[in-house]
Design a binder for this molecule. Structure first.
Ligand code: DOR
Length: 450
């Protein structure tokens, strides 16, 4: 039976402006962004005083299923998404087993189809041996390369293998850029130091810059669409000049908001790969976002249990959960006057849709999917460990007070979360990835046009 929703009197966050409008949704699609007050629908959502935004597309998460489900699983993680306004996630291949074959990716898609409350896509992981799998994979967001090792054992460090992956595959590539030999040499030199702050001296600026330079060189020579995951240093921004249309980049909230001073307070809770860097790097990364050198904000949601995190360094694993707090953290930046709602929607919804060729998602416009989030910019919210939906049950932002918070989320026109809680019968779906659209071009106003 046909279902329609009229969002009435919302302040709608369009790609270029915020304007009061009525938005009409029919059968999962946005059909009118300027509907009359008298329009009829099977359901009316009174949205006066609230902002209607496109659902967040988080293009870098680790949801741990299969194999590491004591840390996280698709049900908990997708609830966390729904509560945080994330309507689509793209998940990384370092599960157990790793997703390095088409069959392995399909198995994850099947799990998500039965378990995930929000939309999903899964990257295929590169190894030194799986070129044929990478060549034959399609309708995926892309290929993930760990050019430096991180959690799990995926690593492609050999130049000949990298040349073939960049030269002989079609899907867009993204990479974890930390130079393995720099990291290993630093780790040897600093072995025996047990203060977790040494993590940022081992995985230092040089490690990040060397690997980012190496992968950008590969992408430009092979004219291959390439996305730099989690840029963590100001110096990497200099490598991102004049690299469009082949190269895009992203930053994570923890690299914007945490720096090495935070080890004293948070210890291994802020141990991440790439490591957190200096306050000056925070500032330069923020400026890179504002300037459009970085197009995307993603979380790298990488949950481990608190018991695992509390092991002494270097046994403490790298990674932190963030997927349910990223939108709130950015809305708080809007409240503080540091950016606008249209910028947040561009960085968190529109740009990732374009970078990964996700058809019909990322903005509020007629014909687009009704993946939507209502946010209350007046609402004050304190992040608390005991209110996290991630299975890992904690947040590095515990006790952080924010102004502006997501209050209700729709996936394909179905409400998946609101003040009554989760609507657990909702299931997300796999979007279509159309890479023929050719990636992301930034226009002077920062809005991408495909
Ligand atoms: O700190 C990290 N943890 N960085 C990554 O790239 C992987 C992640 C994980 O999966 O734990």
């Amino acid at each position: 039976m046909s279902h329609s929703i009229l969002f009435k009197n919302a302040s709608v966050v369009f790609p270029h402006e915020v304007a009061e409008a009525n938005v009409l949704v029919e059968d999962g699609k946005i059909v009118d962004v300027d509907a009359a007050d008298t329009a009829t629908a099977s359901e009316v959502v009174e949205a006066g005083g609230l902002h209607l935004m496109p659902g967040v597309i988080d293009d870098q998460v680790h949801f741990r299923e299969p194999g590491l489900t004591h840390k996280e699983d698709l049900l908990h993680a997708s609830r966390a998404c729904a509560a945080g306004g994330v309507t689509t996630f793209l998940e990384m291949p370092n599960t157990k087993p790793p997703a390095i074959t088409r069959e392995g990716v399909r198995a994850k898609e099947q799990l998500a189809a039965t378990k995930s409350l929000v939309n999903y896509g899964f990257y295929i992981g590169a190894t030194c041996e799986n070129l044929t799998e990478l060549q034959e994979a399609d309708n995926l967001p892309g290929i993930k390369i760990f050019i430096g090792s991180s959690t799990g054992n995926l690593l492609v460090d050999r130049q000949s293998a990298l040349e073939r992956i960049f030269g002989e595959t079609e899907l867009p590539i993204c990479a974890h850029c930390e130079d393995e030999s720099t990291v290993q040499a630093n780790a040897q030199r600093l072995a025996g130091e047990s203060d977790v702050a040494v993590h940022s001296r081992i995985r230092n600026v040089e490690a990040a810059v060397t690997a980012t330079r190496r992968s950008i060189d590969l992408a430009l020579r092979h004219k291959h669409r390439f996305h730099v995951l989690h840029v963590s240093t100001g110096d990497e921004l200099e490598l991102l000049d004049n690299t469009q249309p082949y190269i895009t980049a992203e930053v994570c909230p923890h690299h914007l908001f945490f720096n090495t001073d935070d080890y004293a307070r948070l210890g291994s809770l802020v141990q991440m790969n790439p490591s957190i860097k200096s306050a000056e790097d925070n500032r330069r990364l923020w400026q890179g976002l504002i300037d459009g050198k970085i197009q995307v904000i993603a979380t790298d949601h990488a949950p481990h249990t608190l018991d695992e995190k509390r092991q002494p360094y270097p046994s403490s694993p790298s990674g932190l959960p963030a997927v349910e707090n990223s939108l709130g953290l950015m809305l708080d930046q809007v409240s503080a006057g540091n950016c606008s709602l249209t910028q947040v929607a561009t960085w968190m919804s529109d740009a990732p849709a374009r970078v990964w060729g996700i058809v019909g998602k990322g903005r509020i416009a007629a014909g687009y999917d009704a993946d939507l989030v209502l946010v209350d910019m007046q609402r004050e919210h304190t992040i608390r460990n005991d209110e996290q939906y991630t299975k890992s049950g904690w947040s590095p932002w515990h006790q952080t007070r924010l102004t502006g918070w997501p209050v209700a989320t729709w996936v394909g026109g179905r409400c998946v979360f609101n003040r009554e809680g989760f609507h657990e019968s909702v299931r997300g779906s796999k979007p279509r990835f159309d890479h023929a659209r050719g990636g992301y071009w930034a226009t002077p106003d920062g809005i991408g046009t495909a």
